[in-house]
Design a protein around this ligand. Structure first.
Ligand code: ZN
Ligand code: ZN
Length: 355
């Protein structure tokens, strides 16, 4: 299946080092695994945090998780578990692999599986099995979910499906239906912009987006924001039925709470880095019947919904324009530099093949 295949992978050794392109003999697939040929991998903020040393990940590893590609080989176990998959399908896949049998998997929180494997943004599970998207090919481990992509879905729209989009779907699933609700989104990066479009697409009455950067606020308007503000103090108290915080900034989270309507829900998504504890009024939560929940990663059904959402929403909102630049794999380090100041930059191994 993978016999004799040599892949090119951009290997991360340690923070501060440029990624180095290495040839890797692809190993024979093990039970449950798949081999994909990478079409495109967008660079996520967490990739940048790892490369710049702000996120502790040990090398050597192949980073890149917002990837899509073509299914080139499947183990019999995978084919049995996901009979809808066919060789040559264009696919996205979950950024985690779970066991499917532990108490957490059985409870539906597969992203917190007791045997959880993360790949493409963590220390390599096994040096001989390159699983990251900054490569010509990658192995998808057993226990990941692979989802076929509609052929009409543009490459640049589909690539972030398994990170930003699926996380946004999980956030709204945890919160509540947006229909006829006032939704407040705090932070308008890739996640916030996607959440804005999601809320609008699902019938929100108002979508208020707060971000200090003017450029991001104008993106938010293009993705369906009905009102934008540079800071939360400009937003009325008690207006929001649902708040999704993508910022993770304690000051913003504290200011959000008083914007909750009676019965309102605050979903925390952005708090994935160390920060000071937040101070909130328990009395206010009680009297206003508010709820605060954390959302981290997502389940398989969220990824499937993310693909369906992008297939329709990309015809309404300019998702394709969020990928501002594309680089071939041999220019992966230029791509990383460019990604520091863009919503999304893509690495496209297919561009190398076309040369
Ligand atoms: Zn990501
Ligand atoms: Zn499990």
């Amino acid at each position: 299946m993978t016999d004799g295949l040599r892949a090119t992978a951009a290997v991360f050794a340690k923070p501060g080092d440029a990624l180095s392109l290495e040839q890797k003999e692809m190993p024979r697939l093990q039970a449950g695994e798949a081999l994909v040929e990478i079409e495109q991998c967008t660079i996520c903020a967490s990739d940048l945090h790892t490369i710049r040393g702000r996120r502790p990940v040990g090398g050597p590893t192949v980073l890149g998780h917002e990837a899509i590609g073509y299914l080139r080989a499947m183990s019999p176990e995978l084919q049995k578990g996901q009979p809808e998959l066919k060789i040559s399908d264009r696919v996205t896949w979950s950024i985690i692999a779970c066991c499917g049998n532990c108490d957490r998997c059985e409870a539906g929180v597969t992203q917190k599986c007791r045997e959880l494997k993360k790949f493409g943004h963590e220390t390599q599970i096994n040096d001989q099995r390159p699983m990251g998207g900054f490569a010509s090919h990658a192995i998808i481990p057993a226990g990941a979910t692979i989802v076929p992509l509609p052929s009409e879905l543009p490459t640049s729209v589909a690539a972030p499906a398994n990170c930003a989009t699926a996380t946004v779907v999980a956030a709204f699933r945890t919160g509540k239906s947006c229909h006829d609700q006032t939704v407040l989104i705090v932070g308008a990066g890739m996640l916030g912009i996607t959440a804005t479009a999601y809320a609008r697409h699902h019938g929100a009455k108002e979508v208020i987006v707060v971000d200090p950067q003017e450029e991001r606020r104008s993106w938010a308007k293009e993705f369906g924001a009905t009102q934008t503000a540079s800071e939360l103090s400009a937003v009325d108290q008690d207006v929001a039925d649902l708040i999704v915080d993508m910022s993770g900034i304690p000051d913003a989270i504290e200011a959000s709470v008083s914007r909750l309507n009676v019965g309102g829900i605050l979903i925390l998504v952005g708090s994935v880095f160390p920060a000071r504890p937040v101070q909130i009024s328990a009395e206010q939560l009680v009297r206003k019947l508010n709820r605060i929940e954390g959302v981290h990663n997502y389940r398989a059904d969220d990824l499937r919904e993310a693909v369906d959402f992008l297939a329709t929403a990309s015809t309404i909102f300019p998702f394709e324009s969020l990928v501002e630049q594309k680089f071939s794999l041999d220019r992966v380090n230029d791509a990383i530099d460019a990604a520091e100041s863009a919503v999304r930059v893509a690495v496209c191994p297919g561009l190398d093949r076309e040369k």
